[in-house]
Design a binder for this molecule. Structure first.
Ligand SMILES: [Mg+2]
Length: 319
């Protein structure tokens, strides 16, 4: 229970910490804040307010709680409602939601975004909301198929699909008590196995093809240096965000360090912070998240309640 709730809170903390410095470069962040360690707010964001990472993660979590057997329709409905009032939504998510509103089904909506048609639906928008899949489903086959389906809802892309699978397998291992290192290694081998088996559902693009660099980057995370992370220039590429979040957790003594290292990469600070925060909360639990963050966190009770619901669901589904 504590790890599941910690994962939800950790994700929201990383998102809220990173929100005001999203798209800044590291030099600007350092000049302005030294190392950013507090929820200061800025731009359109109040202190403690979170962005689309937590907003869409709550859509997924609450959709799974409504119908764990077939969460896709409930999640889709929530994403549409969320986007009506969201301050910020990513371009691929927005395009898929707009397509769906024009009629048709989710597969058609996702396949026909400009990003998907150009082979570039590789943004972090589906990865950032995948955490609740890892928290709800302990059983591998169900975890992998729902992770793929929920990614494909907006991101018709194999890299996005496999990144979500790796993240969910990793976090599941952390919830079950594995170390960061062994859960990461097990997640990579589990996702590689999945990719070799092929498509899990006709409603997803499937786990292939992947570029040659895909596994090399994720399997080589530990050989990288902090300065080498997010090398593409803050493009929000899903592999790069996952790589950076993994690095920060693999090289941290605890949740606070992992989240702050992630956020202070700047660039896509909110998403990398959210991904690292979800994993760190699953590994180190609620107690490892500083009170000074939790006290400021927007809608903390809703996030905790959702985490409790997911933990109860996980226990009832078994696996
Ligand atoms: Mg965001």
């Amino acid at each position: 229970m504590d790890r599941v709730v910690g994962a939800m809170l950790g994700l929201a903390c990383g998102d809220a910490l990173g929100a005001p410095i999203e798209f800044m470069d590291q030099l600007t962040v350092r000049r302005r804040y030294g190392k950013l360690t507090e929820m200061i707010g800025g731009g359109p964001w109040q202190a403690g307010e979170w962005t689309d990472d937590t907003g869409t993660t709550l859509c997924v979590a609450e959709g799974i709680l409504e119908d764990a057997n077939d969460p896709l329709p409930a999640v889709g409905r929530r994403l549409l409602a969320w986007s009506e009032s969201a301050k910020v939504a990513g371009p691929t998510v927005s395009a898929a939601l707009a397509n769906y509103r024009h009629g048709g089904d989710w597969v058609q909506a996702s396949r026909t975004t400009p990003q998907a048609k150009a082979g570039r639906a590789t943004g972090n928008g589906s990865l950032m909301r995948s955490l609740p899949v890892a928290l709800a489903y302990a059983e591998s086959a169900k975890l992998l198929v729902e992770s793929a389906r929920l990614s494909a809802l907006t991101h018709w892309d194999s890299q996005a699909e496999v990144c979500a699978a790796v993240y969910c397998l990793w976090v599941r291992g952390l919830v079950e008590g594995s170390s960061v290192e062994s859960a990461w290694a097990a997640a990579l081998s589990g996702a590689r196995h999945m990719a070799a088996v092929g498509s899990l559902s006709p409603e997803t693009p499937g786990p292939v093809p992947l570029p040659d660099s895909f596994w090399r980057r994720l399997e080589g995370v530990t050989t990288r240096r902090y300065e080498d992370l997010q090398s593409s220039g803050y493009a929000g590429y899903c592999v790069e965000c996952l790589e950076a979040a993994a690095w920060c957790c693999l090289n941290a003594e605890g949740a606070e360090q992992a989240i702050l290292d992630a956020v202070n990469l700047a660039g896509v600070s909110d998403t990398i912070g959210a991904l690292a925060g979800g994993a760190a909360g699953a590994r180190w639990g609620t107690g490892a998240l500083p009170d000074r963050w939790l006290e400021k966190l927007a809608e903390r009770e809703r996030i905790e309640k959702t985490g409790h619901g997911l933990a109860r669901l996980r226990a009832s589904l078994g696996g």
